[in-house]
Design a protein around this ligand. Structure first.
Ligand SMILES: N[C@@H](CCC(=O)N[C@@H](CS)C(=O)NCC(=O)O)C(=O)O
Length: 216
């Protein structure tokens, strides 16, 4: 298999962590692009992913783009039922949380940390407090849902870490960053879960080395 990623990306982090968690690292070639310099914008890579985005996993004649389906594919390939349940109820819970994080939770969170951590780290200007405040309104709405859900649970589906945690938790490093303005103290179960996730060995192994490397 071959995995295309970049150092600067929670989308890449979740896939790389899944690869490590499932024991596929030894049999996977990793190609890193410097996306800030547009290194992925080649005709050769367009044939792999017409969106010109990472992550992408290739396996034989399969070119699979989009981080969440890549994690599910890897888990199914490994037969890792506890990391990505195959029974209808478990599978639909995974898909529910993945859909929710893309559309709601990480969209709001991403808007906040882009302004507060990523932009300053990349030298792209000062945080825009109007945008932060608008995103915070959405963040409060969806963080409350996650906080209530995590009360009494170690991970999103219960006892075991799953692809849903890697998906919903993808932005953990930036959310926990002291500059982030993400009001995690209002959501203690979310904060405790982020810290628990940071303790999962494969997740820990992919921690960004600097704040800028955690940015999308
Ligand atoms: N929905 C995609 C998002 C992929 C994405 O936005 N990747 C960013 C890095 S985090 C990228 O490749 N950006 C380069 C570009 O847009 O040119 C996924 O889940 O994989």
């Amino acid at each position: 298999m071959k995995l295309y990623i970049t150092d600067l990306s929670p989308n890449s982090r979740r896939v790389l962590a899944a690869l490590g968690h499932l024991g596929f690292k030894g049999e996977t070639e990793i190609q890193k692009f410097d996306i800030l310099n547009g290194e992925q914008r080649t005709e050769a890579f367009r044939a792999v992913n017409p969106n010109l985005k990472v992550p992408v996993l290739t396996d034989g004649d399969l070119n699979l783009w989009e981080a969440n389906p890549i994690m599910i594919y890897l888990a199914d390939k490994a037969g890792a039922d506890s990391f990505c349940p195959s029974d209808p109820r478990g599978r639909i819970e995974i898909l529910r949380w993945m859909s929710w994080e893309v559309q709601h939770y990480n969209r709001a969170l991403g808007d906040i940390v882009w302004e507060t951590v990523a932009k300053p780290a990349f030298g792209m200007g000062a945080p825009d407090q109007t945008k932060i405040d608008a995103a915070l309104e959405n963040y409060h709405r969806f963080a409350a849902v996650l906080n209530d859900h995590l009360a009494g649970r170690d991970f999103i589906l219960g006892e075991n870490v799953t692809v849903a945690d890697f998906a919903v938790g993808a932005v953990s490093a930036l959310a926990l960053h002291p500059q982030s303005q993400v009001p995690l103290d209002d959501y203690p179960h979310v904060k405790a879960w982020y810290l628990r996730l940071e303790g999962v060995p494969a997740w820990q192994a992919t921690a960004p080395r600097a704040p800028a490397e955690a940015a999308e």
